[in-house]
Design a protein around this ligand. Structure first.
Ligand SMILES: *Cc1c(COP(=O)(O)O)cnc(C)c1O
Length: 238
Protein backbone atom coordinates (compact mmCIF):
# COMPACT_ATOMS: atom_id res chain seq x y z
CA UNK A 1 0.00 0.00 0.00
CA UNK A 2 1.16 3.51 -0.72
CA UNK A 3 1.67 5.45 2.51
CA UNK A 4 -0.17 8.76 2.77
CA UNK A 5 3.14 10.66 2.66
CA UNK A 6 4.14 8.75 -0.46
CA UNK A 7 0.81 9.49 -2.07
CA UNK A 8 1.19 13.18 -1.23
CA UNK A 9 4.68 13.22 -2.77
CA UNK A 10 3.40 11.63 -5.98
CA UNK A 11 0.54 14.14 -6.17
CA UNK A 12 2.95 17.03 -5.66
CA UNK A 13 5.31 15.65 -8.32
CA UNK A 14 2.48 15.28 -10.82
CA UNK A 15 1.42 18.89 -10.21
CA UNK A 16 5.00 20.08 -10.68
CA UNK A 17 5.48 18.12 -13.92
CA UNK A 18 2.18 19.39 -15.35
CA UNK A 19 3.20 22.95 -14.45
CA UNK A 20 6.60 22.63 -16.08
CA UNK A 21 5.07 21.15 -19.23
CA UNK A 22 2.59 24.01 -19.41
CA UNK A 23 5.26 26.67 -18.86
CA UNK A 24 7.58 25.15 -21.48
CA UNK A 25 4.73 24.89 -24.00
CA UNK A 26 3.72 28.51 -23.49
CA UNK A 27 7.35 29.63 -23.73
CA UNK A 28 7.59 27.85 -27.06
CA UNK A 29 4.37 29.43 -28.29
CA UNK A 30 2.48 26.16 -28.16
CA UNK A 31 -0.95 25.42 -26.72
CA UNK A 32 -0.53 23.87 -23.27
CA UNK A 33 -2.88 21.04 -24.17
CA UNK A 34 -0.75 20.14 -27.19
CA UNK A 35 1.45 18.06 -24.87
CA UNK A 36 0.23 14.99 -23.03
CA UNK A 37 1.97 13.46 -20.04
CA UNK A 38 2.56 9.71 -20.11
CA UNK A 39 3.50 8.45 -16.64
CA UNK A 40 6.15 5.75 -17.11
CA UNK A 41 5.14 3.13 -14.59
CA UNK A 42 7.73 0.34 -14.83
CA UNK A 43 8.74 -0.87 -11.39
CA UNK A 44 5.93 1.11 -9.76
CA UNK A 45 3.24 -0.70 -7.76
CA UNK A 46 -0.41 -0.50 -8.75
CA UNK A 47 -1.18 1.49 -5.58
CA UNK A 48 1.35 4.16 -6.46
CA UNK A 49 0.20 4.26 -10.08
CA UNK A 50 -3.32 4.79 -8.74
CA UNK A 51 -2.08 7.78 -6.74
CA UNK A 52 -0.73 9.34 -9.94
CA UNK A 53 -4.03 8.72 -11.73
CA UNK A 54 -5.91 10.32 -8.84
CA UNK A 55 -3.62 13.34 -9.16
CA UNK A 56 -4.73 13.80 -12.75
CA UNK A 57 -2.46 11.61 -14.86
CA UNK A 58 -4.58 10.07 -17.61
CA UNK A 59 -2.03 8.12 -19.65
CA UNK A 60 -0.12 5.26 -18.05
CA UNK A 61 2.88 4.01 -20.01
CA UNK A 62 4.07 0.47 -19.32
CA UNK A 63 7.27 -0.90 -20.78
CA UNK A 64 7.20 -4.41 -19.36
CA UNK A 65 4.31 -6.60 -20.40
CA UNK A 66 4.52 -9.07 -17.51
CA UNK A 67 4.27 -6.16 -15.08
CA UNK A 68 1.60 -4.36 -17.03
CA UNK A 69 -1.03 -7.09 -17.16
CA UNK A 70 -1.59 -7.46 -13.39
CA UNK A 71 -1.55 -3.67 -13.05
CA UNK A 72 -4.19 -3.20 -15.74
CA UNK A 73 -6.18 -5.91 -13.98
CA UNK A 74 -5.86 -4.10 -10.63
CA UNK A 75 -6.56 -0.58 -11.85
CA UNK A 76 -8.77 -1.20 -14.83
CA UNK A 77 -9.50 1.68 -17.17
CA UNK A 78 -11.50 4.14 -15.12
CA UNK A 79 -12.36 6.90 -17.57
CA UNK A 80 -10.31 8.85 -18.72
CA UNK A 81 -7.34 6.57 -17.91
CA UNK A 82 -5.60 5.03 -20.92
CA UNK A 83 -2.72 2.55 -21.12
CA UNK A 84 0.09 2.95 -23.61
CA UNK A 85 2.87 0.46 -24.33
CA UNK A 86 6.24 2.24 -24.44
CA UNK A 87 8.87 -0.51 -24.06
CA UNK A 88 10.59 -2.85 -26.43
CA UNK A 89 8.09 -5.35 -27.77
CA UNK A 90 8.96 -8.87 -28.87
CA UNK A 91 6.96 -10.29 -31.74
CA UNK A 92 5.79 -13.28 -29.74
CA UNK A 93 4.19 -10.91 -27.22
CA UNK A 94 2.25 -8.87 -29.76
CA UNK A 95 -0.84 -10.95 -29.12
CA UNK A 96 -1.06 -9.74 -25.53
CA UNK A 97 -0.52 -6.10 -26.41
CA UNK A 98 -2.75 -5.41 -29.41
CA UNK A 99 -6.13 -4.09 -28.30
CA UNK A 100 -5.06 -3.80 -24.65
CA UNK A 101 -3.05 -0.62 -25.13
CA UNK A 102 -4.42 2.45 -26.88
CA UNK A 103 -1.09 3.37 -28.42
CA UNK A 104 2.11 1.35 -28.92
CA UNK A 105 4.99 3.86 -28.93
CA UNK A 106 7.75 1.42 -29.78
CA UNK A 107 7.33 -0.15 -33.22
CA UNK A 108 10.98 -0.65 -34.15
CA UNK A 109 10.89 -2.82 -37.29
CA UNK A 110 8.75 -3.66 -40.32
CA UNK A 111 8.44 -7.24 -39.06
CA UNK A 112 6.99 -6.07 -35.75
CA UNK A 113 4.62 -3.72 -37.57
CA UNK A 114 3.43 -6.60 -39.76
CA UNK A 115 2.85 -8.82 -36.75
CA UNK A 116 0.80 -6.08 -35.02
CA UNK A 117 -1.17 -5.55 -38.24
CA UNK A 118 -1.98 -9.28 -38.47
CA UNK A 119 -3.11 -9.43 -34.88
CA UNK A 120 -5.18 -6.24 -35.16
CA UNK A 121 -6.89 -7.80 -38.17
CA UNK A 122 -7.78 -10.87 -36.11
CA UNK A 123 -9.13 -8.76 -33.25
CA UNK A 124 -10.94 -6.48 -35.69
CA UNK A 125 -9.40 -3.16 -34.71
CA UNK A 126 -6.98 -0.57 -36.03
CA UNK A 127 -4.06 -0.34 -33.62
CA UNK A 128 -2.55 3.11 -33.10
CA UNK A 129 1.25 3.04 -33.13
CA UNK A 130 4.32 5.25 -33.30
CA UNK A 131 7.55 4.32 -35.06
CA UNK A 132 10.62 4.25 -32.83
CA UNK A 133 13.61 6.00 -34.35
CA UNK A 134 17.17 5.36 -33.20
CA UNK A 135 18.39 8.93 -33.61
CA UNK A 136 21.67 8.34 -31.82
CA UNK A 137 22.74 5.54 -34.14
CA UNK A 138 23.49 3.35 -31.11
CA UNK A 139 24.15 -0.21 -32.21
CA UNK A 140 22.78 -1.54 -28.92
CA UNK A 141 19.44 0.17 -29.32
CA UNK A 142 16.37 -0.86 -31.28
CA UNK A 143 14.59 1.36 -33.75
CA UNK A 144 14.56 2.45 -37.36
CA UNK A 145 17.43 4.60 -38.56
CA UNK A 146 16.24 7.88 -40.10
CA UNK A 147 17.08 6.54 -43.56
CA UNK A 148 15.63 3.13 -42.76
CA UNK A 149 12.23 4.51 -41.82
CA UNK A 150 12.08 6.49 -45.05
CA UNK A 151 12.57 3.40 -47.15
CA UNK A 152 10.25 1.27 -44.96
CA UNK A 153 7.37 3.72 -45.14
CA UNK A 154 5.76 2.51 -48.39
CA UNK A 155 5.60 -1.04 -46.94
CA UNK A 156 4.22 0.25 -43.67
CA UNK A 157 1.59 2.25 -45.53
CA UNK A 158 0.10 -1.00 -46.81
CA UNK A 159 -0.70 -2.27 -43.31
CA UNK A 160 -4.36 -1.40 -43.15
CA UNK A 161 -4.92 -2.41 -39.51
CA UNK A 162 -2.29 -0.02 -38.25
CA UNK A 163 -2.82 3.64 -37.59
CA UNK A 164 0.66 5.13 -37.75
CA UNK A 165 0.46 8.44 -35.93
CA UNK A 166 4.03 9.63 -35.59
CA UNK A 167 7.50 9.00 -34.20
CA UNK A 168 9.12 8.19 -30.87
CA UNK A 169 12.74 8.28 -29.76
CA UNK A 170 14.86 7.48 -26.73
CA UNK A 171 18.13 9.43 -26.90
CA UNK A 172 21.43 8.07 -25.58
CA UNK A 173 22.02 8.76 -21.87
CA UNK A 174 23.10 12.36 -21.41
CA UNK A 175 24.65 14.45 -18.68
CA UNK A 176 22.62 17.58 -19.29
CA UNK A 177 19.04 18.22 -20.45
CA UNK A 178 20.43 20.28 -23.35
CA UNK A 179 22.34 17.40 -24.94
CA UNK A 180 19.33 15.74 -26.62
CA UNK A 181 17.89 19.03 -27.94
CA UNK A 182 19.42 18.66 -31.38
CA UNK A 183 18.15 15.08 -31.62
CA UNK A 184 14.63 16.19 -30.74
CA UNK A 185 14.80 18.89 -33.40
CA UNK A 186 16.00 16.29 -35.89
CA UNK A 187 13.13 13.95 -34.97
CA UNK A 188 10.64 16.74 -35.62
CA UNK A 189 12.24 17.53 -38.98
CA UNK A 190 12.17 13.85 -39.87
CA UNK A 191 8.45 13.68 -39.05
CA UNK A 192 7.84 16.72 -41.27
CA UNK A 193 9.81 15.16 -44.11
CA UNK A 194 7.93 11.86 -43.82
CA UNK A 195 4.57 13.65 -43.68
CA UNK A 196 5.43 15.47 -46.89
CA UNK A 197 5.76 12.14 -48.72
CA UNK A 198 1.97 12.16 -48.74
CA UNK A 199 1.40 8.47 -48.05
CA UNK A 200 -2.21 7.53 -47.74
CA UNK A 201 -2.47 6.08 -44.25
CA UNK A 202 0.52 7.55 -42.48
CA UNK A 203 0.09 10.51 -40.20
CA UNK A 204 2.97 12.27 -38.47
CA UNK A 205 1.13 14.32 -35.90
CA UNK A 206 2.61 12.77 -32.73
CA UNK A 207 6.14 13.07 -31.36
CA UNK A 208 6.85 10.95 -28.28
CA UNK A 209 10.07 12.33 -26.83
CA UNK A 210 11.42 13.51 -23.50
CA UNK A 211 11.88 11.74 -20.17
CA UNK A 212 12.43 12.95 -16.58
CA UNK A 213 15.78 14.59 -17.29
CA UNK A 214 14.88 16.44 -20.46
CA UNK A 215 11.11 16.63 -20.97
CA UNK A 216 11.16 20.43 -20.76
CA UNK A 217 13.59 20.61 -23.68
CA UNK A 218 11.47 18.06 -25.57
CA UNK A 219 8.33 20.17 -25.09
CA UNK A 220 10.19 23.22 -26.37
CA UNK A 221 11.11 21.18 -29.46
CA UNK A 222 7.62 19.95 -30.23
CA UNK A 223 6.91 16.82 -28.17
CA UNK A 224 3.23 15.85 -28.08
CA UNK A 225 3.86 13.02 -25.59
CA UNK A 226 6.48 13.13 -22.85
CA UNK A 227 7.20 9.90 -20.97
CA UNK A 228 8.08 10.69 -17.37
CA UNK A 229 8.82 8.14 -14.64
CA UNK A 230 11.41 9.15 -12.07
CA UNK A 231 10.22 12.76 -11.75
CA UNK A 232 6.83 11.44 -10.65
CA UNK A 233 7.58 8.24 -8.75
CA UNK A 234 11.17 8.77 -7.58
CA UNK A 235 14.05 6.41 -8.22
CA UNK A 236 13.16 2.89 -9.24
CA UNK A 237 14.56 -0.05 -7.35
CA UNK A 238 13.68 -2.57 -10.04
C1 LIG B 1 11.36 4.22 -18.07
C2 LIG B 1 11.04 4.86 -19.34
C3 LIG B 1 10.81 6.24 -19.42
C4 LIG B 1 10.88 7.17 -18.23
O1 LIG B 1 12.19 7.35 -17.80
P1 LIG B 1 12.50 8.34 -16.58
O2 LIG B 1 13.91 8.74 -16.80
O3 LIG B 1 12.30 7.58 -15.33
O4 LIG B 1 11.55 9.48 -16.68
C5 LIG B 1 10.48 6.77 -20.66
N1 LIG B 1 10.40 6.00 -21.77
C6 LIG B 1 10.61 4.68 -21.73
C7 LIG B 1 10.51 3.89 -22.98
C8 LIG B 1 10.95 4.07 -20.52
O5 LIG B 1 11.17 2.74 -20.49
Amino acid sequence: MAQDSDRAAIEQNVRTVFEKIRDAALRAGRASDAVRLVAATKGVTAERVRAAAQAGVTILGESRLQEALPKIEALGRPDPVRWHFIGQLQRRKVKSVVGRFDVIHSVDSVELAEEIDRRADVVGIRQAVLLEINMGGETTKAGFSPDGVRSALPRLDRLSHLEIRGLMTIPPPSRTPEEPRRMYQDLRHLADALASLGLERIRMSELSMGMSNDYIVAVEEGATYVRVGTAIFGDRDV
